[in-house]
Ligand binder design. Structure first.
Ligand code: HEC
Length: 171
């Protein structure tokens, strides 16, 4: 009888523990559980496609899917933001370590041509907002990545806006 009671109690405790772990899992967005990829285009690609799929993220606040874009990114764009980037964008703050913006670029007839990504890594490139830049083709391969001069030179027009064109931050 004692054994049974002890068994029941431990089973109960286990159940409580599992419910707690499950609840925490539900509350904390997955990106806090999977280690961030660091300054590596291949790992970043795996991270945003497999481990924390960008297609499940929020869109840039106030922007819909396939909105009208400008050169050089393509005619139609969809901009996804991970939890951290969404939080900062919503609050009009500069992005913090781990923020990722992933933008799908389409032609006017809705053909997917590239995924362009800005990923904030504290200390990575302080001269240019600490962004890691990457452009992936439809095959998922990175065409350019890192401290990409072309990306930085154009986005630098918005240096005071954390190098971001979409939305504005009020420091
Ligand atoms: C000639 C200017 C120019 C260049 C070069 C450029 N971008 Fe952009 N980028 C823009 C503009 C303008 C937007 C705003 C969206 C739009 O309307 O096209 C933008 C938006 C973005 C966004 C969404 C966040 C934001 O700033 O609004 C990402 C991510 C991005 N670009 C990544 C890149 C990457 C990666 C490269 C280099 C491979 C790059 N861009 C090169 C002009 C540029």
């Amino acid at each position: 009888m004692r054994k049974l009671t002890a068994g029941l109690i431990s089973a109960g405790l286990l159940l409580v523990l599992f419910s707690f772990v499950y609840a925490v899992h539900e509350i904390i967005p997955s990106e806090t559980q999977i280690p961030l990829p660091g300054a590596d285009a291949k790992k970043l690609g795996d991270y945003i496609v497999r481990y924390n799929p960008y297609t499940t993220w929020d869109l840039w606040p106030g922007k819909g899917r396939l909105f009208q874009g400008r050169d050089p990114h393509g005619s139609l764009l969809t901009t996804f933001v991970n939890y951290s980037a969404h939080y900062s964008a919503k609050n009009k703050e500069p992005m913090t370590d781990g923020a990722i913006i992933a933008k799908e670029n389409y032609t006017a007839d809705k053909k997917f041509v590239a995924l362009t990504v800005m990923y904030k890594i504290a200390g990575y490139n302080p001269e240019a907002g600490d962004w890691f830049w990457a452009k992936y083709g439809p095959d998922g391969r990175a065409q350019v990545s890192g401290k990409v001069k072309a990306c930085i030179d154009c986005h630098a027009v918005r240096k005071d806006n954390d190098y971001i064109f979409s939305g504005s931050i009020s420091k």
